[in-house]
Ligand binder design. Structure first.
Ligand code: ACO
Length: 322
């Protein structure tokens, strides 16, 4: 018998303020037609002034705790994927720990941009499998709008704010039971310039703005995402036909379709929220997962593949028996 991390519950939160493509087109030279055709995005949620990443994260976490039916004091570790922490330090995860009234265990942020949730999930999974804690809260949360140059139409139309969370519990597994079957992470820093923020505490002492070579990122995304899904399937002696749901990072509908096509998986099996949420970076996978669990599409026993790519470049996947 080995330990396996089972997802006991999930939750998510989106800021109330919705900004449609038409509204954006009033302030930047773009159009609803262009944004929908190139990305599939119709609207995004944007945090109000004073609404912090920790506020979104806490609300998502509380919903996940309720959905999982656990006592908040059961949580041993909090791992949070975010690129938009409230402060440079301390980590936003430690803020959440305090807000939840926890003083035991440990909490930390993980920085892998749009792959942040994959990296946070894999980190938590490995701590649990190593026996260093029994119950983990894993969060992906962003106020990505704070990193955008609202005069740069090539980036500002693509992103939104939000948060999602899951509760993991280490359980003895006979190999057949539900839980995370494997995680696979990668990075290649040679491509850091194609997707980056042009500021930071050490370089400019400022936050900076997102800069992106969109076409380059697109090209890497479809190749890397298909590869890391194949790697996960092969590692578990499964094939693409076994997949019930792809729960992808929501960057662009064309990337979702391109990856599904490369894998020869029907687009009907892809959970899509990018039209409603845009790209919420580390929050996008748990937001999509929560939507599909709560509307009943994802059912116990289903095989899910989660996958993401982001700045770094970083990319990864998690194969999960729900
Ligand atoms: N509105 C109107 N026109 C625009 C806009 C806009 N918002 N943005 C760019 N354009 C124009 C460009 O200026 C260009 O005009 P030109 O031909 O006169 O020079 C034209 O549209 C085409 O621009 P491209 O950059 O060639 O458009 P492309 O088809 O590559 O689409 C996009 C751009 C949507 C950014 C695409 O490259 C993409 O999705 N890349 C992936 C990037 C991504 O999702 N990054 C997120 C983070 S990483 C991740 O999550 C995987």
């Amino acid at each position: 018998m080995a330990l396996r991390s089972r997802i006991l519950g999930c939750g998510s939160y989106l800021p109330e303020n919705i900004v449609t493509n038409e509204e954006l087109a009033k302030t930047v030279d773009t159009s609803d037609e262009w944004i929908v055709a190139r990305t599939g995005i119709k609207q995004r949620h944007i945090a109000n002034e004073g609404e912090l990443t920790s506020d979104l994260a806490r609300k998502a976490a509380l919903k996940a705790i309720e959905h999982a039916g656990i006592d908040v004091q059961d949580i041993d570790l909090i791992i949070m994927g975010t690129t938009t922490p409230d402060n440079t330090f301390p980590s936003t995860a430690t803020k959440i720990q305090a807000q939840l009234g926890l003083t035991h265990g440990f909490a930390m942020d993980v920085q892998a941009v749009c792959s942040g949730f994959m990296f946070a999930l894999a980190t938590a999974d490995n701590f649990l499998k190593a026996g260093q804690g029994k119950t983990a809260l894993v969060i992906g949360a962003e106020t990505f709008s704070r990193l955008l140059d609202w005069e740069d139409r090539t980036t500002c139309v693509l992103f939104g704010d939000g948060a999602g969370a899951v509760i993991l519990r280490a359980e003895e597994s006979d190999g057949e039971s539900a839980g995370i079957l494997s995680t696979h992470l990668h990075s290649d820093g040679q491509h850091q310039d194609i997707l980056m923020v042009d500021g930071g505490p050490s370089s400019t002492q400022s936050t900076g703005h997102v800069r992106m070579a969109g076409k380059e990122v697109f090209r890497h995304a479809v190749v890397n995402l298909a590869e890391v899904v194949k790697e996960a399937l092969e590692d578990n002696n499964l094939t693409a036909e076994d997949i019930d749901w792809i729960v992808p990072h929501q960057a662009n509908k064309r990337i979702l379709d391109g990856t599904a096509k490369k894998l020869k998986v029907s687009t009907d099996k892809v959970i899509v929220t990018v039209d409603q949420h845009a790209n919420t970076s580390a929050a996008s996978i748990p937001l999509a997962l929560d939507a599909a669990v709560r509307d009943g599409r994802i059912k116990r026993g289903d095989l899910l593949i989660l996958e993401a790519m982001g700045g770094g470049l970083t990319w990864g996947s998690a194969l999960i028996r729900w």
